[in-house]
Design a protein. Sequence first.
Length: 120
Amino acid sequence: MNIQLAPDIEAGLRAEAAALGIDVDSLIAKAVKTYLRQTSPAVFAPRVVSRDRSAEMAWAAGPPAEFVGKWVVLDGSRVAVSGSNPSRLYEEARARGLSSPFLIFVSADENQPFAGGWTD
């Protein structure tokens, strides 16, 4: 890309680049990168912390027969609450302090009785 600059601006850029020991293109590239970092919103998504759900997944792979046909909220390998209304269970688990309840339906019809999802 070519940009036509006023002679005094171009002279100032050349002098600044020479003082820093770099060429004018590098100076401009550095200035543009600095400007974009200061004025643009972050380009990358924020880092999301993920939880280790291996204990919940292990429980879901072989749940006790007493939970077949029920919704279950797990806290690790421990059943926090279970029942037939997933929305109520989710809210109850949140009220008990679980920040991210792991809610599943234990089904007798599936080879691996696991079905997770969201509740409204």
